[in-house]
Design a protein around this ligand. Sequence first.
Ligand code: CP
Ligand code: NVA
Length: 313
Amino acid sequence: MPTAKSDVVSIVDLAPALPTILRRAEAMKRARTHGDRSPTRPGTNLAMIFEKSSTRTRTSFEVAMNDLGGHGLYMSSRDLQLGRGETIGDTARVLSRYVDAICYRAYRHEDMRALADSATVPVLNALDDREHPCQIVADLLTLHERWAGKFAGKTLAYVGDGNNVLNSLLLGAAIVGLNIVAATPSKYRPAPSIVTQAEALAGRSGSTVRVVESPGDAARGADAIYTDVWVSMGDEAEKDARETAFRGYQVDTELLARANSGVWVLHDLPAHRGQEITDEVMDGPRAAIWDQAENRLHAQKAILEHVLPAPAR
Ligand code: CP
Ligand code: NVA
C-alpha cells in the first residue's frame, strides 16, 4: 500500500522526527571519520532544481547522495524547460517518474508549494523566500554537538534580518525546546504567522520565543549568537536601504561580551565580512561556523534517509 510522501517544505514537517534526525546525523558523522559513508539508500536519485546560486546546499546534497549510495542530478532552472515556460506542476509530475526525491531552491515559497503539491515523490526545500529548513537542521546539529544534546535552558540569540533563515530558526528552536530571542529592525521583523506558530511549538516544548529590536538585549545571557546577511538573494534592489537599516546589527566582539561566557557564534554563510559580522569574530575562537558548514553534509544525509524509503530486503 503506498504511504504518504514526506515533504520537507517547512522545518515543521520534520517536527516529531527532529531529535532522531540530529542523533542519526551525529552517528553518521562519526562513522564517516572511520571511512563508513553509510550507503543506506543505494540506487536512489535526487533531482536538484536551483533557481539561485549555491555553494553549500548544492555540494552537501550531491555529496550526501553519493555517500548514501545514490546520485544527485543538478539542474539549473535556466536549463530546464521551466525556464521556457513549462509549468512547475508539469515539471514535478515528469521528474517524479524518474527520481526518488526532488530538492528545490526557489525564489518564491508559492512555487515550492506548487512543486510539492504536484510531485509524487518527497520535495525538500533547499531555500525559498520563507524558509531554509535543511540549513537549520545543520545549525541545531552544531549546537547539539557542543551542548551534548541538551537544548533545554539554553538561549540562542539571532541578530539581523527577519528572513527565511530566521523563520526556520524560530520554528526549529521551538520544536527542540531551545529558547530563542531575535533582534531585528522593526521594518524587518520575521513573518507574524511564523512567530505565532513558533510560540505554539515553544509552548509544547517548554521553551520561549521573543522578538526584540535591540541586538544588545538579545545577546544578554545568550549561549549562542546567530547572524545572516542583510541582503538576501532576491532582495538586491533594497541593498542601500537595508545596509542603512541594519547598521548596528553587527556581530562583533562588543556584542559577544554581553553574552554568556562560552557563547558560540553561528552564520549560515555566505558572509559579508564587515557587515553583519566582523573578521575578528568569524576567525575567532568562538566561531562554530566552519563546523556548521560541514554539518550541512551530515544533516542532509539524515534528512535524505528520513524521506527516502529504505531498500526492500
Ligand atoms: N548556507 C547556504 O545555504 O549556503 P549556499 O547558498 O552556498 O547553499
Ligand atoms: N538569507 C540568505 C541565506 C543564504 C544561504 C538568502 O536567502 O540569500
